[in-house]
Design a protein around this ligand. Structure first.
Ligand code: PLP
Length: 366
């Protein structure tokens, strides 16, 4: 629960259920390493997303790396990535020497712009790594990406780290439309295991390679016979114990996030200085309350002084010192200048949301 007067931009939410489940597990004398609880967690995610396979790993960055490796992407291959995303998206393929190629995003949804994606394709392009930004669907439709990947014989992968609880129109869960999709359970996500990631896929070969990549390339459970090169990116039962309880809470949180988004929109509707993106609340679940605001940096400082946490949205990746790639990407530049995440934890009350919006409005009326 939020128990100080300061309202954080985000915080995870664990309760008595997680505590009891953890005590029960510890009383059983388990090894803590991944076993039955982890299999149950994978099963829950597979069922929830409708995917044939789910493989969990230690975080949502490694899940991207392993997903790309299992999809056959290699060093020097180019991967098309949105210029607005968490830095983990491009870094995950940099890790094994692939080359992220950045394209701008749609202004309405912050998902990759499909026209710009096509322009970025070269003879070295191997994959499109689509990011479901804040659980949104691209305005162009995900089918446009499926068609683009087919046209150029590219692999379509989804970074659905922010998307648990979000579906495409028609009902398929985000992360299940391409060859594979990746989720994160880091502390700010809709459900959390502290750290954690998952890959979902309907492809038996990808699932097989993922299991080996995360477990030293072992040919079977627990043996020391290795039929491929692999590493150690395994989960733990402690994370799975928490994750299983969190999954039970997911349906409620999905509804609450939608209600929160509606409330924020209502309370801020007459403020010309604050604008929302297009969020289809029938199919998708906003992970964070993301807005473009005038005078962003000063508003952020004012909110902080008045007990409200907020956070600047991701700056354009090509301009991050870590990348320094020449080019101007209009939409990601705009988000870098005006994008702000407002308090988004599912445990926020309606009164707190009203209070936050009042504080925002008092800043502009100063
Ligand atoms: C779009 C996206 N991709 C990847 C990640 C990385 O996930 P993790 O923090 O679990 O490594 C995040 C985390 O916020 C994310 O938002």
């Amino acid at each position: 629960m939020i128990n100080s007067n300061f309202i954080p931009q985000m915080e995870p939410w664990f309760g008595i259920e997680e505590k009891q489940a953890m005590t029960e597990y510890m009383d059983e004398g388990g090894w803590l390493t991944e076993f039955k609880r982890t299999q149950e967690f994978e099963q829950r995610i597979a069922e929830y997303t409708g995917a044939k396979h789910c493989v969990v790993v230690n975080n949502g960055t490694i899940s991207l790396t392993l997903m790309a490796m299992a999809a056959g992407i290699k060093a020097a291959d180019e991967v098309i990535i949105p210029n607005y995303t968490m830095i983990a998206t491009p870094n995950s393929v940099k890790m094994f020497g692939a080359v992220p190629v950045f394209v701008d995003v749609e202004p309405e949804t912050l998902c990759m712009d499909v026209v710009l994606a096509e322009k970025a394709i070269t003879s070295k392009t191997k994959a499109i790594l689509f990011v479901n930004a804040n659980g949104r669907n691209p305005k162009a439709g995900i089918d446009a990406f499926v068609a683009l990947a087919q046209k150029y014989n590219l692999v379509l992968l989804e970074d659905a780290a922010q998307s648990l609880g979000s579906r495409f129109p028609g009902g398929r869960h985000q992360g299940t439309i391409g060859l594979a999709g990746s989720f994160s359970f880091s502390a700010p996500k809709i459900i959390s295991t502290g750290q954690g990631g998952a890959i979902v896929t309907n492809d038996d070969g990808v699932a097989h390679r993922l299991k080996r990549l995360k477990d030293f390339g072992r040919s079977g459970g627990g043996n020391d016979i290795h039929d491929s090169i692999g590493f150690n990116f395994k989960f733990t039962e402690m994370q799975a114990v928490i994750g299983n309880e969190q999954m039970k809470k997911l349906p409620w949180r999905v509804e609450r996030k939608k209600e929160m988004y509606r409330l924020y929109k209502k309370f801020l509707s007459d403020m010309s200085q604050v604008s929302f993106f297009e969020q289809d609340l029938e199919n998708t679940t906003p992970w964070f309350i993301d807005v473009l605001v005038e005078d962003r940096d000063k508003l952020l400082a004012y909110l902080k002084e008045n007990g409200v946490g907020s956070r600047m949205m991701y700056p354009p990746i090509n301009k991050q010192e870590a990348y320094q790639i020449h080019g101007e990407h209009k939409v990601s530049n705009l988000v870098g200048e005006k994008g702000l995440w407002l308090p988004s934890a599912a445990q926020l009350t309606d009164d707190q949301i009203a209070e936050i919006c009042k504080t925002i409005s008092s800043y502009y009326k100063k």
